[in-house]
Design a binder for this molecule. Structure first.
Ligand SMILES: [Zn+2]
Length: 182
């Protein structure tokens, strides 16, 4: 692989100047910090998919701005907060970073700029950034769209079973509403 197109040793300056793009996928086992967040071991996560796009934005009198657009997603086992069993949860990260020459510039810009500011590097580990962003993008309250198991009382209480067969229309609506927020 061309050194400048190695995502773990990226020369950000030439990557952005050339408007280069890189994408790939990797098994979750290659992402140790992400793997730690996984709930349960019986459910296998899909590979992490990622895409990086370099951008150079000309600014009159200020030199060029160096940008990196990052997109990543993974279907990842998390603990459903309703039924407490594993739920394969789609985690998507999408963020743009602007790179500046040094820490001082980054600190000075950090308060006023809306975008994320990082210090530029010619040996940048973009996959570590992908991992960071996926961890930050995880939902705080992961939920199944529809939980796989019924309530335990369904099997022990015949009256409940009858009630469960004909759910109250409002209960159905509430269930749909919950499902749609995911
Ligand atoms: Zn659930």
């Amino acid at each position: 692989m061309d050194k400048k197109l190695d995502p773990q040793h990226l020369d950000l300056l030439s990557f952005a100047r050339e408007g280069a793009a890189l994408s790939g996928e990797g098994a979750l086992t290659a992402w140790p910090r992400l793997l730690e967040e996984q709930f349960g071991t019986d459910m296998v996560a899909d590979p992490v998919q990622w895409h990086l796009q370099g951008r150079c934005v000309p600014k009159l009198g200020h030199g060029d701005e160096i940008w990196l657009d990052l997109n990543a997603e993974v279907n990842f086992p998390m603990q459903c907060q309703r039924c407490l069993s594993p739920a394969l949860t789609k985690v998507q990260a999408q963020r743009s970073f602007r790179f500046v020459a040094d820490e001082a510039s980054a600190a000075a810009l950090d308060d006023e700029a809306e975008e994320d500011i990082l210090v530029i590097s010619r040996d940048f580990d973009a996959l570590a950034l992908v991992e960071d962003e996926l961890i930050l993008s995880m939902p705080l309250v992961p939920l199944h769209g529809i939980c796989p198991e019924g309530l335990p009382t369904t099997f022990t209480d015949p009256e409940f079973e009858v009630a469960a067969e004909r759910p109250h229309p409002f209960a159905v609506l509430a269930g749909l509403k919950k499902g749609s927020t995911i």
